[in-house]
Design a protein around this ligand. Structure first.
Ligand SMILES: [Ca+2]
Length: 397
């Protein structure tokens, strides 16, 4: 799982960044077009590790009423390992960013990037041609992560703005090379054919403004990528990374929660396939339980363990289909969503009202049907409320 990678960053999802290793993984495996995370790092990681929706009460995300993948797989005789995000600054020489720096790839700005990516996504079969590219995101309220996307021609400090995306592209390129080394290692170890590889992102592209962080503006005197800077891609690029969707990291519109998901399992998953089956990170637990022939515990250290809430993805790997979730729900920092079949009800933390979308006709959430279908809206809102109690959403949030 990688950090803050948007839905459209990989070449096999319509991106222009060089990602040959992940594209090969996709060519040998299956791409999901409707796979979901939980909109930010910690909630997604908690959901992936436990098979449970992240809880929001004061008892914390990981609790002694939850089993982790490591616990259940260890009990089944597997060795488990986890390497985490590197939080100690970059030690990587800037050669990957050099491949993109000053090469003109991002000189036309984030609107042109979105249009280009969208066209490639249509050609690749990742999105339906009938879904409109979502319009420019505008700040509509006081939610902390609500930003105006500036018109490209109004962008000041163009050098910095372009460099942000050039450095980001270098980082994605670097990530791809790392995946390539991993895949080579699997091959060299002779276990390639007997290994399921899953690749996904923990949330949508990050649109955070760097000056939100105390002291950062003063620190970032140099352009990004110099090694002594700490910048963000910013709203324009972060939004474009989620092409063709609305919003970005922290929101529960599709931009925040839709992730690329590639699964490779030689001899089982049909190479080069694309699935529109809906999946969620909480599905990892039952999937790996099934494949590892592991038992899900009823208790750990005398504590009763909550039954997992995910559903195995294995039938999708084997046959391309499964009986999906009755509904999936999201909550994060005032953002709410429920998806049931083709319907998605979403509540943005800025607008604070329910919007209803038909995900088959309009996955880019451009045509709000809530006023036309008030009963459907109320029915789904009630379902979400029941779920919200279970996962301890703060009242009124
Ligand atoms: Ca993240």
């Amino acid at each position: 799982m990688c950090d803050d990678l948007g839905f459209s960053d990989l070449a096999c999802y319509g991106g222009e960044i060089r990602t040959p290793n992940l594209d090969r993984l996709a060519a040998d495996g299956m791409r999901f077009t409707q796979f979901y995370n939980c909109a930010v790092c910690v909630t997604t990681r908690a959901g992936l590790l436990t098979g449970l929706y992240p809880r929001h009460g004061s008892a914390g995300l990981l609790r002694n009423t939850m089993a982790t993948l490591a616990e259940v797989l260890r009990a089944a005789g597997y060795q488990t390992a986890l390497t985490g995000k590197w939080h100690l600054g970059s030690t990587r020489p800037p050669e990957d960013a050099a491949r993109y720096r000053g090469k003109g790839k991002y000189d036309r700005g984030y609107f042109a990037l979105r249009r280009d990516r969208h066209q490639r996504q249509i050609k690749l079969g990742i999105v339906k041609p009938s879904w409109k590219l979502s319009p420019i995101d505008k700040k509509t309220g006081s939610f902390r992560y609500d930003y105006d996307i500036e018109l490209w021609k109004k962008t000041e400090a163009l050098d910095r703005e372009r460099r942000r995306m050039e450095v980001y592209a270098g980082m994605v390129d670097c990530l791809d090379q790392g995946v390539g080394r991993l895949l080579t290692a699997l091959k060299d170890a002779g276990v390639e054919k007997n290994t399921l590889v899953l690749f996904l992102s923990d949330n949508g592209g990050c649109a955070t403004i760097s000056s939100d962080q105390a002291g950062q503006k003063a620190y970032n005197r140099d352009l990004p990528g110099a090694g002594n800077t700490y910048d963000f891609c910013g709203p324009g690029w972060g939004w474009a990374q989620c092409t063709p969707f609305r919003r970005y990291k922290t929101w529960t519109y599709e931009g925040g929660i839709a992730t690329p998901m590639i699964a490779r399992w030689p001899g089982v998953i049909r190479p080069g396939s694309i699935t529109r089956q809906v999946g969620h990170v909480i599905d990892f637990m039952p999937t790996l339980l099934e494949l590892a022939d592991a038992e899900y515990p009823k208790t750990i250290k005398g504590k009763a363990i909550l039954p997992y809430e995910g559903k195995s993805l294995a039938p999708i790997f084997r046959t391309g289909k499964r009986e999906g979730h009755d509904s999936l729900c999201w909550y994060l920092m005032g953002n709410r969503t429920i998806r049931q079949g083709k319907w998605k009800l979403a509540w943005g933390a800025s607008d604070r009202r329910w919007e209803l979308y038909d995900m088959e006709a309009d996955r880019t959430e451009t045509n709000d049907l809530a006023a036309d279908l008030p009963r459907q809206t109320q029915r789904l809102a009630n379902l979400w409320e029941v779920w919200a109690k279970k996962i301890e959403v703060p009242r009124g949030d």
